[in-house]
Design a protein around this ligand. Structure first.
Ligand code: CDT
Length: 344
């Protein structure tokens, strides 16, 4: 077996645009302490974890909007780890020796000075004491122009972010678990017995809406992914859509589970899903933070809409069944019929 204990750190609501960051950081570090007690090695936090879901608000003041982004540049791509808005969490991860992944707004200044805002997640390795991977959300939902109908729930990600430019790049995590996948299961990554010959596990990240799209999962599946990490803020109820509060929330949870379970099964990987839940000023968010196994079963799920650690011990060798039989891509895919997937 290749055992690994992981957790989704569900956060309850971060109520308003001006909820103090220290308050959220305290809640997050408390969850890390709890993770340490449970011997968790990796904790996944939600999309845009440190703030209220700001794309749910119309923010016209550029200074106010800037306060929801962390600066980064080619010379300092992971500046977030030193930002006072995240450092206490990173310090706690270091102290406890726990890897973390979390989402945040990234304001990227390229070499020529061009500024681009992304909805980003990073992976921080406590063993390496540095970030080893970054993912920028590719499927941005919502709209550019605010919906002007009174009382509606806004979803303005297309206004505040540019689609990610890093693709779906799987990565290995040093020292997290021993024993590699056989190289036959991995395309597009260095041989499993690469970095230091240990055969480190293969991970990937998605952010919220991405989990609904088979294409991203499959890009990771083709790289032999064993564990997918995903943070989300998913609307539970929006008055402009059909159905009662309860009906909409149940349907949103159903589609959330359906996407996560199908993605894990069809790509023979575990997945960890960490949501921000409950009622923020812009509207309500589903809970349902969960861990899914490679057969598509939910093996742990949150019971509340508040801060809650959802954890499980995985055996990554269980990914092999799917990778060698039903989803042995190298044997069974029929790529000559897939051109519609990439042709415009
Ligand atoms: N944050 C985010 O991506 N939310 C979207 C809402 C889209 S409405 C179905 C999500 O996919 O959960």
């Amino acid at each position: 077996p290749r055992l690994l204990t992981v957790a989704a750190a569900q956060l309850g609501p971060v109520t308003s645009l001006d909820t103090p960051r220290e308050e959220v950081l305290r809640r997050m570090t408390k969850l890390l302490d709890e993770a340490a007690e449970k011997k968790v090695r990796l904790v996944v936090f939600p999309e845009l974890a440190f703030t209220t879901f700001f794309p749910g608000y119309v923010i016209n003041d550029s200074e106010e909007l800037a306060s929801f982004f962390e600066p980064a540049s080619p010379s300092d791509p992971y500046a977030i780890v030193r930002s006072p808005n995240a450092k206490p969490l990173v310090d706690k991860a270091d102290e406890l020796g726990i890897d973390i992944s979390f989402g945040y707004g990234e304001r990227w200044t390229a070499e020529g000075g061009k500024v681009t805002d992304y909805n980003t997640a990073i992976y921080y390795s406590a063993a390496r004491k540095r970030c080893i991977a970054k993912y920028r959300k590719i499927h941005l939902p919502g709209r550019y122009e605010p919906d002007t109908r009174p009382g509606v729930t806004q979803q303005l990600e297309k206004r505040y972010f540019t689609p990610g430019d890093l693709g779906f790049q799987a990565f290995r995590v040093p020292g997290l678990v021993q024993g590699a996948l056989k190289s036959g299961h991995v395309q597009g990554l260095p041989d499993p017995k690469d970095a230091e010959g240990r055969g480190d596990p293969i991970l990937g990240m998605l952010i919220c809406n991405d989990r609904r799209w088979a294409e991203g999962w499959r890009c990771y599946g083709l790289q032999g992914i064993e564990l997918l990490l995903e943070g989300y803020n998913t609307t539970a109820f929006a008055p402009q859509y059909e159905g009662s509060n309860e009906e909409q929330e149940q349907e949103a949870l159903f589609h959330h589970r359906l996407s996560c379970q199908a993605g894990s099964y069809q790509n023979a990987c575990y997945s960890v899903h960490a949501g921000k839940a409950g009622t923020e000023d812009h509207g309500s968010l589903i809970a349902g933070s969960s861990i899914v196994d490679p057969n598509g079963h939910v093996i742990a799920e949150s019971k509340t809409k508040g801060d809650e650690l959802v954890f499980a011990t995985l055996d990554l060798s269980k990914c092999l069944k799917g990778k060698e039989r039903v989803f042995a891509f190298e044997k069974h895919r029929r790529v000559e019929h897939y051109s519609r997937l990439i042709d415009q």
